[in-house]
Structures are given as C-alpha cells and as structure tokens.
Design a protein around this ligand. Structure first.
Ligand code: CMP
Length: 156
C-alpha cells in the first residue's frame, strides 16, 4: 500500500568510507525490508535531474558534484509508514543536530556529506523509486510488489 515504501541512497562518502554494509544492517535491524537494491554511479545529468527541486539553492552545484564523486547504493525500503520511519532513523540533515542512534549521527560528517538520503513525502518516494528501478526489480519476501501497492491506485 502507498505509504509503505521509500527510496533511500547510501551517498558517496559512506560508500567510500566502507560504511554501506553497516548502514544496511541498521536498516534491517529496525524492521525495514529491502525490496530493491543496486550499486551505481550517477552521471552529472542524472544527479542534476534527481535534485532538480534544489536547483535554485546555493548548495546545488556542490551537491551534484558530491553525488557524482563516487558510487552510491539506491534501495527501496518497505515498512508501514516508511517515509517518516526512515527519516527518523536517518536523523537530521546536519549530523551535529542528529539524535544519538541515528544513521547520520553515526556515519555523516557534514550537512553536505551526510551518508544517506530519504524521500520526504509519499509522492516523492514514488518518483524517486521509479527514477532508479523498474517495477520488476522491486521484489518483497511476499513476491513482486504490484505497482498499485506503491502508487495507491490502479496504473492507467
Ligand atoms: P538530501 O536528503 O539528500 O536532500 C538534499 C541534500 O542537500 C541534503 O540531503 C544535503 O546533503 C544537501 N544539503 C542541504 N543543505 C546543505 C547545505 N547547506 N550545504 C550543502 N549541502 C546541503
């Protein structure tokens, strides 16, 4: 059902530092099911498109440069209320403000190099999931995730 899925990325800093595996362990420990996962390198055009909502922000160029500086992992997480649940486990954007026990508190080094990304709404989760994955790549323990489970209605 809609609301049960979110898109996460392990960013280049965390992959470079060898923290990707520990991050996925934390995710599983907190009851998320990883229903899709891939390691990839974003092109500049892809990173610009993914973060287009931040195009006018002063940090946009820096953000794009960072996101293409090395490989990342993208994954689809399944849990009830996945978007807020994952945002809570990630912690605040700035690791200096992140709570103890959050991924960013444990693995992020700055506001820019902050280890992980998470969708900020169900609508954005839908867009971000299909930015990285096709529907046949999203497979839960219970079987292939139907498109209408993620979009909350029958596809047109
Ligand atoms: P993310 O959740 O991936 O979404 C937008 C990203 O912009 C955010 O994480 C940060 O990594 C980055 N960001 C936000 N604020 C700043 C900032 N002041 N300087 C550099 N990067 C930032």
């Amino acid at each position: 059902m809609t609301g049960n899925y979110t898109l996460m990325m392990v960013k280049p800093d965390a992959v470079r530092n060898g923290n990707a595996e520990a991050i996925f362990q934390e995710i599983k420990k907190h009851g998320f099911e990883i229903v899709a996962q891939k390691k990839l390198q974003l092109s500049r055009a892809e990173a610009e498109a993914f973060y287009v909502v931040h195009k006018e922000r002063p940090f946009y160029g820096e953000l794009v440069d960072f996101m293409i500086s090395g490989p990342i992992f993208a994954a689809v997480l399944k849990k009830e209320n996945a978007v807020p649940e994952w945002r809570t486990l990630m912690g605040k954007t700035d690791p200096a403000e992140a709570d103890e026990g959050t991924i960013r508190k444990m693995f992020a080094t700055s506001k820019g190099e902050n280890a992980v990304h998470g969708s900020d709404s169900n609508d954005n989760a839908l867009n971000e999931i299909f930015f990285f994955f096709s529907s046949r790549e999203i497979v839960a323990q219970s079987g292939i995730v139907q498109l209408n489970d993620i979009i909350g209605r029958q596809p047109e």
